[in-house]
Every structure is written in C-alpha cells, then in structure tokens.
Write a protein that binds this ligand. Sequence first.
Ligand code: NAD
Length: 251
Amino acid sequence: MNLQGKVAIVTGSGSKRGIGRAIALCLAEKGADIVVADMNLEGAKEVAKEVEALGRKALAVVANVTEPGSVQQMVDETLKAFGKVDILVNNAGITQPITTLDMTLEDFERIIKVNLTGTFLCSKAVMKPMMEKKYGRIINISSVSGKRGGGVYGGSHYSAAKAGVLGFAKALAREVVEHGITVNSVAPGLIATDIRVGLPMEKEKAIWETIPMKRPGTAMEIAETVAFLASDGAAYITGEDIDVNGGSHMD
Ligand SMILES: NC(=O)c1ccc[n+]([C@@H]2O[C@H](COP(=O)([O-])OP(=O)(O)OC[C@H]3O[C@@H](n4cnc5c(N)ncnc54)[C@H](O)[C@@H]3O)[C@@H](O)[C@H]2O)c1
C-alpha cells in the first residue's frame, strides 16, 4: 500500500481518539500528504503535527462540511498548498441516540446534513480537480447502522443518512468511472471513539457480547481498510462498501 506522492483530504480528522485522525495517520504512514480538515481547528492542528512527525506534509484547515463556501475553501487551500487532490475521505459525522417519536425535524435535518449532505458537498468539490488529473479516490465512512437499521448510538435519522451515503457512493461511482475516479464506502461497526462516550460500562460490555468478535473495533482497523481502498491494490473496486464490524452484520 504505497501512497507516496498522493494528497489526501480527510474530513472530521481533528478528533483526538477519532476514526478521522487514525485515517490521517495511516495514510501518512503509507506516504500521503494530508489535509486535516475539521470544524475544530485546534484539534486539526494537533493531528497535523502528528502527520508531520511521520515525515509527511500536513495542512490543518477549518472546514464545516455542511457549508458549501467552507467546503470550497477547504479544496482551494488544498490546491494552493499541494496542487492537486488524489484522495477524499468523507469521515465527518455526528450521531444522536434518540427514538423517532422523540425526534424533531431539526434533529432529523441536522444528522442528514452533516453525514449525507456533507458527503455530497465535499465529493462535488473535489470532482473537477480529480477529473483534470484523471485520477481520484473518494472513500466514505458509512456505518453498520445504515445497513442493519438501528445503531446502538444512532437513531433512524442516522441510519437513513448512512444508508444514503451508500446509495450516493454507488451512483457517483458510475458517473465518474470514466474519469479514473473510484468511489467506495467503509461501514464500521462499534468503534472505540468519543462519538459513543457516556454509556455505562456494563451496557457497553453487554453490546460487546452481541458482536461475534466480542470487542469494539479500533479506529486504526477502519483506517487500514480506507488505506487499502485508496491504494493501487483497489484500482478495480468501485461502488463497493466494505463492512468492518467484527461480524456484527454480514451481507
Ligand atoms: N465510532 C463508531 O462506533 C462509528 C461507527 C460507525 C460509523 N462511524 C462514523 O465514523 C465517522 C467518524 O466518527 P468518530 O467515531 O471518529 O467520531 P468523532 O466524534 O470522534 O469524530 C467526528 C469528527 O467530525 C467532526 N465534525 C462534526 N461535524 C462536522 C462538520 N459539520 N464539519 C466538519 N467536521 C465535523 C468533529 O469535530 C469530529 O472531529 C463518522 O462519520 C461516524 O458516523 C463511527
């Protein structure tokens, strides 16, 4: 998995224990220069330092994936610093454990906006630069919730958004295949990050028991799958989604 000379934007990669940070570091370990994009600029700067410590170039940018202007600025800054964008990882996401009956329209729209609309806006913004180079890898972070229905930490809005990401990726994959761009998704199961803090340990352990591997996944286990999809080894894979969930859902 040699990503030497590649430039990757990873959205939502400023979280200390997050999947995005692990993806940024994993792609950097394999040779890519990284744009660490997050709403949390301080967090992004910290991760950018870690990328640089691995001997790669890094740029921390503040970006809100729900705002078209902010997304465009993220891509413009990337092009200014590196001249191209080879890899986009649509990782920024939020969840909310809530039943549909308790859910407000605002709740529903907020979750759709960050997880699904954000994926659309960021993908659209990198399409032209990728088409010009006739090369691109777009990788979305979906969720087991989008396939199985009902996550532990997310409501029906989160499942709808993450299922939407999978459909969006397949349609986009068909559109851009002639331009040398692949579009794939990774669907994590339960991963040990801050998105799920707050649950009592006995409840957490009860969830582990439902997973065939009897443990949560690590952020790095998601990152390694993303790195594979970004690599030349995955050149003939597009419109696919890969489950990384310890066996908690198989299809
Ligand atoms: N942790 C899990 O169990 C799990 C399971 C399945 C899928 N996922 C998905 O993995 C991705 C990463 O989640 P995580 O667990 O690392 O969570 P996290 O909360 O640690 O990280 C999410 C990051 O996204 C950023 N972010 C939120 N809204 C944003 C916006 N509008 N624009 C830009 N950045 C924004 C946050 O600042 C944060 O840094 C998400 O898409 C999540 O839905 C997580």
